[in-house]
Design a protein around this ligand. Structure first.
Ligand code: SAM
Ligand code: SF4
Length: 329
């Protein structure tokens, strides 16, 4: 339980800050990924942190990045986390480019649900936003469907003047495949690039756009997942859409249940605040005192829970210190 009565039992594990796309909203134009291999936590480090988290009551885990599938040991990491006693769900977020090769091994390793970024169905728009080909992503989505995950969700970051005309097309694409589509408000996590406040498009506007075509009924059951989306069922098509109003929804943080581990070993109590606890340092430090060494890691995780703020600081002159690609979405 954190100081605001929220149960914290969900850990997002970023396994790399590298990516094979360069989404305008996530990776600043001049971003240079960490070059030193030693900057990234090893598979053993990640599994040790996840195991300690399970001992503290964490039950839900999601692997993310950067693009987690570019890590050569990703299937091994997923399997080792799934095998930990106490893990109830394991999800993974990806841009889908490498799913044709990896969907089946990840399913076998224990991954239950997959979230896939898909911001537009327009090939030119996709190329502009991400630097890659839409066709390759659609092949990855098909591979995920064929592998039979419990749930596949599609994530779209809303961008005025760039993809706000895609809301209906994406909802229909998801409905046809029984994949919930989540519309996410742009957070200020890739500064210095071409996107700014003028591109912000709220979830309320997206809902209004959709409801001109189909009625939105609040969903009575939530798709598999533990995030902050509010879900609705489209009355005519039967599809499910979710809205993540990180910036405009006043009660967005009220049910927050998670911590985030960055690929360089920093534990973040909140996406929109800068407090971080350096777990890599804790893992590497050896005091010689066996008891002190044994309790250092659980103590650091408990400290992050105790440090969780009541709400993020996006509305309070938030200045990005780490871009999204280096935090983990
Ligand atoms: N590479 C994977 C992917 O694209 O899904 C996983 C990492 S990505 C950082 C995770 C999620 O963060 C994606 O759904 C992405 O759309 C979202 N995201 C990235 N930057 C964002 C921003 N500035 N505002 C809101 N969501 C963002
Ligand atoms: Fe890469 Fe995902 Fe960020 Fe796009 S959103 S740059 S795919 S990490």
């Amino acid at each position: 339980m954190d100081p605001f009565g929220r149960t914290i039992d969900y850990l997002r594990l970023s396994v790399t800050d590298r990516c094979n796309e360069r989404c305008l909203y996530c990776m600043p134009e001049n971003y240079r990924p960490w070059t030193q291999r030693g900057d990234h936590l090893s598979a053993d480090d990640i599994v040790r942190i996840a195991a300690t988290a399970t001992e503290l009551g964490f039950r839900k885990f999601r692997i993310t990045g950067g693009e987690p599938l570019i890590r050569p040991d990703i299937v091994d990491i997923a399997r080792r986390i799934w095998d930990l006693a106490g893990v109830q769900t394991l999800g993974l977020s990806t841009n889908a480019l490498l799913l044709p090769k990896l969907a089946e091994p990840l399913k076998q390793a224990g991954v239950r649900s997959i979230n896939i970024s898909l911001d537009t169905l327009d090939p030119g728009g996709y190329q502009h936003l991400t630097g890659r080909r839409l066709e390759a992503v659609l092949a990855g989505i098909d591979a995920a469907a064929a592998a039979g995950f419990e749930c596949i969700k599609l994530n779209c970051v809303l961008l005025r003047g760039i993809n706000d005309d895609q809301v209906l097309a994406l909802a229909e694409f998801g409905s046809a495949r029984a994949m919930p589509v989540r519309f996410i408000e742009l957070m200020p996590l890739a500064p210095g690039g071409p996107l700014d406040d003028r591109h912000f498009f709220s979830v309320a506007e997206a809902m209004a756009r959709l409801s001109r075509h189909d009625a939105l009924d609040p969903a009575t059951t939530k798709p598999v997942g533990h995030g902050p989306a509010r879900y609705y069922r489209l009355r005519r098509s039967g599809g499910v859409v979710g809205f993540i109003g990180a910036v405009t929804c006043a009660d967005f943080c009220a049910d927050c249940n998670k911590l985030r581990l960055t690929a360089d070993g920093k534990l973040r109590p909140c996406l929109g605040r800068h407090g971080e606890i350096d777990l890599r340092q804790v893992l590497r430090a050896k005091t010689g005192d066996t008891l002190a060494d044994a309790i250092a890691l659980p103590a650091a995780i408990l400290e992050a829970i105790a440090n969780k703020p009541e709400h993020h600081g996006f509305a309070e002159d938030f200045e990005m210190q780490r871009p999204m690609v280096a935090i983990g979405g």
